[in-house]
Write a protein that binds this ligand. Sequence first.
Ligand SMILES: Cc1cc2nc3c(=O)[nH]c(=O)nc-3n(C[C@H](O)[C@H](O)[C@H](O)COP(=O)(O)O)c2cc1C
Length: 186
Amino acid sequence: MTVRLLAFAASLRKASLNRRLLGAAVEFARQQGATVDLADFHEFDMPLYDADLQARDGVPPGALQLGHRVAAVDGLVIASPEYSHSMPGILKNALDWVARLKTAPLQGKSALLLSTSTTLVGGNRGLWALRVPLEVLGVFVYPEMYSLATGDKALDAEDWPSDPAARQRLEKLVAAYLETAARLRG
Ligand SMILES: Cc1cc2nc3c(=O)[nH]c(=O)nc-3n(C[C@H](O)[C@H](O)[C@H](O)COP(=O)(O)O)c2cc1C
């Protein structure tokens, strides 16, 4: 059975570097036989978490949508920018809303984490922060992560990492993750 993935970049920006990097990872995953639901984070539009709002109206449609899409797959590929050495607020907010769902859609899923930023660290510190809520919510986060330094220069016109070694590392990591995701799914 093919591995089913939900992939999204945690950026709303049209020219998001993380969305561009995600595109390369998704292409590799599809080449390796995975089925990928490639989402745009705008599809998960939702208010800031407010328990009063939840008590009044329930979980908002954008968070329900994310929960449904997560429930339908084996694993996630998330490309996330690093904001202030952590994850962007939109992603933490989305995870907080999804954590309120009684169906616990993240429980038992796996995830591969990617990042790129304009700096030499490539957003890697943000991914370490992102591991915490994901793991608490029951996700097996693949140990190796992929961070591309100076993404504004390191992606080519077709959004592949232009350095062949960086490109190959991404391809190999996607393959290794898919193997694990398939095994975890049983
Ligand atoms: C609020 C904010 C905080 C940021 N903090 C960091 C940071 O801590 N480390 C870093 O490498 N880049 C930081 N950046 C730069 C982002 O990594 C860069 O803008 C990146 O391109 C954002 O991802 P995107 O292109 O996918 O939207 C920050 C950007 C913003 C807007």
